[in-house]
Design a protein. Structure first.
Length: 340
C-alpha cells in the first residue's frame, strides 16, 4: 500500500470513528432527553393529580349536612300566638332587648340606629343572638350523599332536638357580604383603608399593563401604518382605526391577567395594614379591609370545624373568580384576533 493510500485510509478511519462517536453521543443525548421528558411528564401528572385531590377535598368540605341545635326554640318567643316570623320590626326589637344585655343593645344602636334597620335585619339579629342556632355536628359532601341514613340515625340518637339541613357554604350573601367598601371605623385615620389598598394594587399591576400594552402596539406591523398614511389617514386616525384594534387582543389579555393577579394578591396588602379578621362589612372606601386569601387562612386556623367549611366555600369562590378572569382574557384574545 502506498503512502498516499495509507494516508487516505487513516483519514477515512478517523472520519468513521468521528461519525460513530457523534452517533453515540447523539443517541446518548436522545436517551437523556427521553428520561427528562418522562420525569417532566410524571411531575406534571403528579401535580395535576395532587391539585385534583385538593380541589375535590375543598368541594367535599364546601357542601354537606349540618346539625343545628337552637339555644332557645323559636316557638318559645311567640307573643300572643304570633311567631317571630310574623312579628313587626318594633316587636322584634322588644324581643331582642328582653333576651340580650343592655350593653349589646347599645352597641347595636351605635352601629346602626334601630329606625334605620330593616325588619329583616332585626329578625336576623333575633335568630343570631336569641335563638342562637349552634352547629353541633357537620358532615362532608361525600358522607351526606352516601351515608345519609347513617347520619339520620345518628341525629336521632345523639341530637334529638337538632335540625338536620343540607348546607351550601357558598351562598349569595356569602359572596356579596365580604370586604367591599366602607368608612365607618374611626381607627382608619392612619390610612389603612380600602382606598390605600386599591392604590397599592394599582401600582402593583400598572407596570404589567403598561409593558403588555407597549409590546402589543410594537407587534403591529409598520406596513399597516404606512398603508394607512398612504391612503391619506392622519396619525390619530391610523392609531385609532388600525393600530389599537390590531393591538387590542394583547392589551386586553395583559389587563385581565393583571386584574386576576391582583385578586389573589395578599403580601402587598399586609404591608399597608390588611386586617386578619374584621367583624363588619365595609361600606365605603375609608373602611378597614381584609383580603380573601387572608380571610381563608384565618378561617382555617380556627379550631371549630365550621370555619373550615366556610374556608372551603371561600376557596371555591376565589378559584371561580380567577378562572373566570383568565377565561375572559382567552375569549377576548381569540375574538379580536379573528377580526379582519
Amino acid at each position: 500500500m502506498s503512502a498516499t493510500s495509507e494516508k487516505e485510509f487513516g483519514l477515512s478511519a478517523t472520519a468513521n470513528n468521528g461519525y460513530f462517536e457523534k452517533r453515540k453521543n447523539l443517541s446518548k443525548r436522545h436517551t437523556v432527553g427521553k428520561i427528562w421528558q418522562v420525569i417532566f411528564a410524571s411531575s406534571t401528572l403528579i401535580g395535576i393529580v395532587a391539585l385534583t385531590v385538593l380541589l375535590l377535598n375543598i368541594i367535599n368540605n364546601a357542601f354537606g349536612y349540618i346539625a343545628l341545635e337552637n339555644e332557645i326554640q323559636p316557638e318559645e318567643l311567640a307573643i300572643n300566638g304570633i311567631p317571630i316570623e310574623d312579628m313587626p320590626k318594633e316587636v322584634l326589637v322588644t324581643v331582642l332587648g328582653e333576651n340580650v344585655s343592655k350593653g349589646l343593645m347599645r352597641r347595636f344602636e351605635s352601629e346602626v340606629p334601630w329606625e334605620d334597620r330593616t325588619r329583616e335585619d332585626v329578625y336576623n339579629l333575633v335568630l343570631e343572638r336569641v335563638v342562637n342556632p349552634n352547629p353541633v355536628e357537620q358532615w362532608t359532601l361525600y358522607e351526606s350523599l352516601f351515608k345519609a341514613d347513617m347520619i339520620r340515625q345518628e341525629m336521632i340518637e345523639k341530637y334529638p332536638k337538632a335540625d338536620l339541613i343540607f348546607k351550601s357554604w357558598i351562598t349569595p350573601s356569602f359572596i356579596t357580604s365580604g370586604a367591599a367598601f366602607g368608612y365607618t371605623d374611626p381607627t382608619t385615620a392612619n390610612g389603612r383603608t380600602i382606598l390605600s389598598a386599591g392604590l397599592t394594587l394599582g401600582l402593583l399591576i400598572l407596570p404589567l399593563i403598561i409593558i403588555n400594552s407597549q409590546e402589543a402596539i410594537k407587534a403591529v406591523p409598520n406596513s399597516l401604518r404606512q398603508a394607512s398614511y398612504g391612503m391619506g389617514a392622519t396619525r390619530w386616525q391610523t392609531i385609532w382605526n388600525h393600530v389599537l384594534p390590531s393591538a387590542l387582543p394583547g392589551i386586553l389579555t395583559g389587563t385581565i391577567l393583571a386584574i386576576s393577579r391582583a385578586i389573589g394578591e395578599t403580601a402587598p396588602l399586609v404591608v399597608v395594614g390588611a386586617s386578619t379578621f374584621i367583624t363588619f362589612d365595609p361600606d365605603g372606601p375609608f373602611s378597614k379591609f381584609t383580603t380573601l386569601p387572608i380571610q381563608i387562612y384565618q378561617w382555617t386556623a380556627r379550631p371549630q370545624d365550621v370555619f373550615r367549611n366556610i374556608a372551603a366555600g371561600a376557596i371555591i369562590v376565589l378559584l371561580i373568580l380567577l378562572l373566570s378572569m383568565n377565561a375572559i382574557a382567552v375569549f377576548l384574545r381569540n375574538k379580536y384576533s379573528r377580526r379582519p
